[in-house]
Design a protein around this ligand. Sequence first.
Ligand code: EPU
Length: 356
Amino acid sequence: MALIDKTPNMEINADLTTMNTFGLPAKAKHLLRVRSVEEARQAHAFLAGHPEGLARLSLILGGGSNLILGDKPLDTVLKIEIPGRRRLERADYESDAKSSFLVEAGAGENWHDFVRWTLTQGYPGLENLSFIPGTVGAAPVQNIGAYGLEAADRIDSLDALDLTTGEFQRFEAAACRFGYRDSLFKHQPGRWLITSVRFRLPQHWQPITRYTELAQELADRGCSDATPTPLQVSDAVIALRQRKLPDPTELGNAGSFFKNPVIEANQCGTLLANHPAMPHHPQPDGREKLSAGWLIEQSGWKGRRLGPVGCHAQHALILVNHGGATGKDVQRLAKNLQDDIWKQFGVALEPEPVYI
Ligand code: EPU
């Protein structure tokens, strides 16, 4: 107990309900807020100072937007709140300063506020990722993506504390093993405490508007003739997301609940024979990506409820908490959806959020 008493940023029996966007009830025996690199070291010392060591660590928490908390009480939760955002000059960091801005943010910064800050400072490149809930430090874990851009396309490097050794490590983007909603960090939960992320943002910017929906929104806003500005693209993305996706402060959710499944081309051909309208997108490796939202809608689940949870009426891929749901309720609904999609289409749906 002595260590706990000496740690001022520690809360005992903390309620996590408002710290996850699904609004699931959960408690942490110890909630340790990490607001600086120094406090990250202290968090490591706290864990290392106990006989169970890292086994005590239940979760490294950012904005809680990609998380399904179970019903069991958690032991130690680290809540990452490291602030800071700045442009790095050449003296700070070796870079091709002629063609890109190098911008760094603390892992605890709110993602959307950071994106808007870069745009108002005149550093374009993250506008398609506007209005995604969560923190800067969580963006690489999940490799967040939207409207034809992924965080991985803009990440230069990041710093992380290895909680197994207490050593800091710098990861260049290539070492992060980014994939579709995937990274090295997602596969080693509880090991890497990301403290800051650096982004390489293009000085010679071109808008990414190949998503028809985004191009249409820009056209509706009168941006069709002239090239839109980065802020105009950001505004259009915000409008699209506000229209389609439920606000987690009103209806608990974790964004897209399943990844869009990627299947073999021959299976896609067989499915298309029965469902000619099925959306499908060829991948560089010859496989085809399907729309999980479309599959769920076809299975009849759109707008349907199972207990206190359900599929959102406007977007079937968003599972929502209608009030009072627990992690078990979410898991039950997810399992029902997976089973039904498997039976109907022979396609396996993989959850995007992490189950704790
Ligand atoms: N669709 C339906 N019914 C629905 C929902 C979708 O038929 O109820 C079909 C439509 O054909 C639609 C297609 O699915 O055109 C794709 O839907 P949408 O454009 O909304 O995109 P998504 O594939 O469902 C992905 C990302 C989102 C990202 C959007 C925009 C995943 C798992 N999700 O969604 O990311 O914002 O594209 O780029 O890749 C997230 O990861 O949490 C997330 C919100």
